[in-house]
Structure formats: structure tokens, C-alpha cells
Write a protein that binds this ligand. Structure first.
Ligand SMILES: [Zn+2]
Length: 199
């Protein structure tokens, strides 16, 4: 961003490093694969977001683009197709980081869940007792509207029917923790309804 202060430039550099660090962790834990998923951080009036079509698990600085929080910006065409969702969440909440994944158990859960998902394991129940489900095609303003409405209501984890999950938080670390937690919650729930393993 050309008009950024020194402090903002520093914050942008730190956010980029953190996005890369947690992108690798998402990959390491198999929460992102190939072109699936995207992530961003907000610094002041700017969004640092992954570019369209990048591999999150091997993210580098060149895979990130900085665009204005409000609409517009010459570089917008480079950003993830889910930019409208990221932008809408930032505009309606005080969150500073967003992660979107199609992690395996979340993707399976998203096929079968209806209006709300209630985790069954104690750890997830305490952190995310109720997870709303929205439905709209990927990369659309309709999806942005539906997800951000739930975010504005205070939900930090929002499932998208047949698709995946958006999580957001005060930091990249918090968003990462929530991405791990919803995958764990989905896995535990799916194992429990199918009777688990026969040991
Ligand atoms: Zn997606």
C-alpha cells in the first residue's frame, strides 16, 4: 500500500510472515490441499489475502496480494475468488484474520449438516457450542452476505453447505485454532454417528 505509515508497513510484514507460517501448519495437518482454501489478515484499511489458485500449504510472499478493505483496487482480480466473503466479514466485525478450508471432515460434514451443527466432544462444545450453516454458491455476493450476517451475530465458525468452512478471529493464530477445532469436531461427530471403529 503506497500511503501506509511505517507502523502499518511493519504490521503488514509481520502479518505476511504469520500467514505463511500458519498456511504451512494448515498444510502439515492436511486442512488444505491443492488449490482449496484461502486466508487473509486485516491491517488498518488493507486486506492481505491469498491470490486465486495458489497452494496454501506452500504459500510464499508472492502468493499474497494487498487490496483496500473497501471495494476497488487494481489488484483485486488477483485475489482469491472468496474475496467478497473476507471483505464482508471484516466490514461487519472487528476480526483481523480469516481462514477458509475444505478440510476433509469439514467437507464431509458440510454435505449432511442442516441449519446448525452442535459438536459432541467436550473441547469443541466449550469453544464452539453452536455452528450455523449457510448455503450459497462459492465466490458469490450471496455467500458473502449470508456468511457475514452470521459473523455479525457473533459466530466465529460458519459452515457452508456442501462446501467447507469460514473461521475468523482477532489473530491469525486464533483463526488457525478454530480451523483445527472445527475439523476435530467434525471428525469426532462423524465417527460417533457411524459407531466409530470396532476395537
Ligand atoms: Zn471454498
Amino acid at each position: 500500500m503506497p500511503n501506509c505509515s511505517h507502523d502499518e508497513q511493519d504490521a503488514i510484514m509481520r502479518a505476511k510472515r504469520e500467514l505463511i507460517l500458519y498456511a504451512r501448519r494448515l498444510g502439515h495437518h492436511h486442512l488444505v490441499m491443492g488449490h482449496g482454501g484461502n486466508m487473509s489478515a486485516r491491517i488498518g484499511n488493507a486486506i492481505i489475502i491469498t491470490k486465486h489458485g495458489v497452494h496454501i500449504e506452500s504459500l510464499s510472499e508472492e502468493d499474497l496480494v494487498i487490496i483496500p478493505l473497501s471495494s476497488g483496487g487494481d489488484m483485486e482480480y488477483l485475489a482469491s475468488v472468496e474475496l467478497p466473503v473476507h471483505r464482508a466479514i471484516y466490514l461487519k466485525t472487528s476480526s483481523r484474520a480469516i481462514i477458509h478450508t475444505h478440510s476433509p471432515y469439514v467437507a464431509a460434514l458440510a454435505q449432511v449438516v442442516r441449519r446448525y451443527f452442535k459438536p459432541v466432544d467436550e473441547e469443541s462444545r466449550r469453544a464452539i457450542p453452536l455452528v450455523p450453516v449457510v448455503e450459497a454458491p462459492p465466490g458469490t455476493m450471496e455467500l458473502a452476505k449470508r456468511v457475514s450476517r452470521r459473523a455479525e451475530e457473533g459466530f466465529k465458525v460458519i459452515l457452508v453447505k456442501g462446501h467447507g468452512v469460514f473461521v475468523h478471529g482477532d489473530s491469525i493464530r486464533e483463526a488457525y485454532t478454530l480451523a483445527c477445532l472445527i475439523e476435530h469436531a467434525a471428525r469426532t461427530w462423524l465417527l460417533s454417528i457411524h459407531g466409530g471403529f470396532h476395537l
